[in-house]
Design a protein around this ligand. Structure first.
Ligand code: ADP
Ligand code: MG
Length: 691
């Protein structure tokens, strides 16, 4: 324990009462104070003398509060006003509707104020922000040196100037002790363009310039990313090495036959990904790989090659899909691709019971079935395999962690391939799923026509529906997608139920319509999907349940209502439903906000990875990092997946290399890293063993 671990009471300027206030905002130790991140910085080097502050300018001024008071107005609005003085003169600052600022400022305080200069009985500044630089009277802190002032998340009983004062009094001595926390050597830091940890923490609080704040944040971002990757590398080590995996022996018999009979050539991306998978599967280390690729990029055939490799090696392979229809569709595609190859394919269906179910299960348990396809029926009790060697999970994010792992918990442990058609940027995937290896298919088979995409306003709905009808007249089918099921949910949203009724009576009278939404019983949904697939339904009026849909190549047009309500990636998934046929599809996004960033990006590009990157930018990474929902990720306070993208891969590679050599971080040389992990992850760091 270093003195950085000592409770805050031992800091200068902290008595029992202040210690309590600090504890309330989560600052328990001296180190916690060091990691209390400023929420903004004021650059006093751009301070304007008050005499030069002209109406219309946006200024930062610094001066002493000479007088203050609350001015009532006739409208009842109370305005706090303070007159401040600097070397050039006097100016009034006014806080309309914020009389409580009165209590925060004293005459004689030196303050920094940022805001617009307005004209109101003379010039006055209406501050957006204000900062007390030094306090009037006896308890005045020394004025912070330098020209950049950090402003902290404060609290009612812990005002800004107190926090600043704590840093003025303690920062130097605390920084002196940070050296012991450093775990990077100078050459390592240099290779990554990182500053020392102690310099980073110092500059975070007392930066000589704003650039130095960036350098400080970069170093602290590295720590976050690296520690997160260490946790994930540890999980990966346990998942792939600590129990025996299978080194599949490749005979090439089936694989060559499939290659020869394929009606197309694999794209370069498919071939590359297949090489990753083959390398994993033929090594004794267990495969735990995530395969990402846009809708239609051809993941199924890649999965089939992997499954055949397992079969050649004498094992069975299972493919799990989120719905029964999808499972059947996969089985159909697989049978078609296999042609006459002698490989037993079995579909396990949750809807099949009794003797037929028992017979199907017997074929799996007996080994007659080599490829087993199903939905959750695969992980039900009573399903036994003769020799399960590979598990493929399609649309992996539709399953919980436990469900995904259910098939993997046997000896020897089957290899796993998780697939997802919802691309996320590589940087995000590597950060969220550090414990997985990542393969990406970033190329569509040749000859695909992108879905023509347009935005339309609600006023143009009639015309759009006319276009839908022209598709229907040619024997095609359509999806109409709504954000809500019932009208009562949100007054401003169109609801599938009501629109289904209305359209059937009006614009689409005489057409065969069906309603499909998530609250319908599963077997009814199934029936409607099948009818749509068989062409017995022309128009499917649906909610986003069609997002993970089936392939209906004859469906060529989709209309999404209230498009501004959907996430960008979700819109893209939806659009994937009409890109399945030879004919180019059409997707129209109806929205009152056609200019919105999301809708604009959706119309601009059909590239799933570009969409993913825009989605991340628009939503912000916070949306993806729920506290515990991803196992080991935790909120990232410094790391920015765009700004620090170049740190992500090295963080992952170093973490993995370290864990491969010292899986429990037991080597004394790794003690500083281990200490960081314990502090950051607490209980969860126990997966390295009790330190
Ligand atoms: P997804 O990645 O969405 O699961 P699929 O595996 O369903 O994509 O493939 C979509 C379609 O593209 C299928 O009909 C498949 O047979 C076909 N396909 C896959 N790979 C290729 C390729 N290299 N060239 C041409 N067509 C391909
Ligand atoms: Mg698929």
């Amino acid at each position: 324990m270093t003195s950085l671990d000592r409770p805050v009471q031992f800091l200068k300027g902290v008595g029992p009462r202040r210690a309590e206030s600090l504890q309330r905002i989560g600052i328990l130790t001296a180190r916690d104070l060091l990691y209390h991140v400023p929420r903004r910085y004021d650059d006093a080097s751009t301070i304007t003398p008050v005499a030069l502050a002209e109406v219309g300018m946006d200024v930062t001024v610094a001066g002493e509060v000479r007088s203050k008071g609350i001015v009532p107005t006739r409208s009842g609005l109370r305005i706090f006003q303070a007159v401040i003085k600097d070397d050039s003169g006097l100016i009034t600052c006014a806080w309309p509707g914020q009389p409580w600022v009165e209590r925060l400022l004293r005459e004689g305080d030196r303050i920094l104020v940022t805001g617009k200069v307005k004209f109101f009985h003379g010039r006055q500044i209406q501050p957006r922000e204000h900062t007390i630089l030094s306090r009037a009277g006896g308890d005045s802190p020394p004025t912070p040196s330098g020209t950049i002032f950090a402003t902290y998340p404060a609290a009612e009983d812990l005002p800004q100037w107190i926090l600043r004062r704590l840093f003025v009094l303690n920062l130097d001595s605390l920084i002196g002790q940070v050296a012991r926390d450093e775990y990077l050597t100078p050459p390592e830091r240099q290779a990554l363009n990182l500053i020392e940890l102690s310099a980073a923490l110092r500059d975070l609080h007392r930066p000589p310039s704003l650039d130095r704040v960036d350098a400080a944040r970069r170093r602290l971002a590295w720590d976050e990313l690296f520690l997160l990757q260490l946790m994930q590398a540890r999980v990966r080590h346990q998942a792939t090495l600590e129990r025996p995996g299978i080194a599949f022996v490749r005979t090439n018999e089936l694989i060559r036959a499939l290659h020869d009979s394929l009606p197309f050539r694999l794209t370069a991306a498919q071939a590359r990904v297949l090489r990753d998978i083959t390398a994993d599967m033929t090594s004794p280390r267990r495969m735990n790989r995530l395969l990402q690729g846009d809708v239609g990029c051809g993941k199924t055939v890649v999965a089939l090659f992997a499954m055949l490799l397992a079969v050649e090696g004498g094992f069975q392979a299972a493919l799990m899909a989120p719905t029964e229809i999808l499972a059947e569709q996969h089985a159909g595609a697989i049978r078609a691709l296999l042609g006459g190859l002698p490989v037993g394919v079995e579909v396990l269906r949750g809807s099949v019971t009794g003797r037929r179910r028992d017979e199907a299960r017997a074929r799996v348990a007996g080994g007659e079935a080599r490829l087993v396809v199903g939905s959750h029926a695969l992980i039900q009790e009573g399903v036994e395999f003769e020799a399960l060697g590979l598990v493929v999970v399609d649309e992996q994010h539709r399953f919980g962690v436990r469900q995904r792992m259910a098939l993997a918990e046997r000896d020897p442990r089957p290899d796993t391939l998780l697939m997802s058609a919802t691309p996320i940027p590589r940087s995000l995937a590597m950060t969220l799923h550090g414990e997985l290896d990542l393969s990406i298919i970033d190329e569509l088979p040749p000859g695909r026509r992108p879905v023509a995409t347009r935005a339309a306003t609600p006023g143009q709905r009639g015309k759009v529906l006319g276009e839908v009808c022209r598709h229907l007249d040619r024997g095609r089918q359509a999806y109409l997608v709504y954000p809500a099921i019932e009208e009562s949910e949100r007054a401003d949203l169109l609801a599938a139920e009501a629109e289904f009724e209305r359209l059937g009576a009006e614009e689409l009278a005489g057409r065969t319509l069906a309603l499909l939404h998530g609250r319908m019983p599963a077997d009814e949904k199934d029936r409607i999907m099948r009818d749509f697939q068989a062409g017995r339904i022309e128009v499917l009026v649906a909610t986003t349940v069609v997002e993970v849909g089936i392939d209906v190549p004859n469906a060529t047009v989709m209309v999404v209502e209230n498009a501004e309500r959907f996430g960008l990636s979700q819109l893209h998934q939806l659009r994937g439903r009409v890109g399945r046929g030879v004919e180019g599809g059409l997707c129209v996004a109806i929205t009152g906000e056609p200019e919105s960033e999301r809708v604009a990006a959706f119309v601009r590009t059909t590239d799933g990875f570009e969409i993913a990157s825009e989605d991340l930018r628009i939503r912000g990474q916070g949306d993806f990092f729920g506290a515990e929902q991803h196992g080991h990720s935790t909120e990232l306070r410094f790391a920015d997946l765009f700004k620090h993208e170049d740190l992500i891969r090295p963080a992952r590679e170093r973490a993995r290399a370290l864990i491969d050599v010292d899986p429990r971080l037991a080597d004394p040389a790794n003690a500083p890293v281990r200490a960081h992990l314990d502090r950051r992850y607490g209980e969860r760091a126990k997966l390295f063993g009790v330190g």
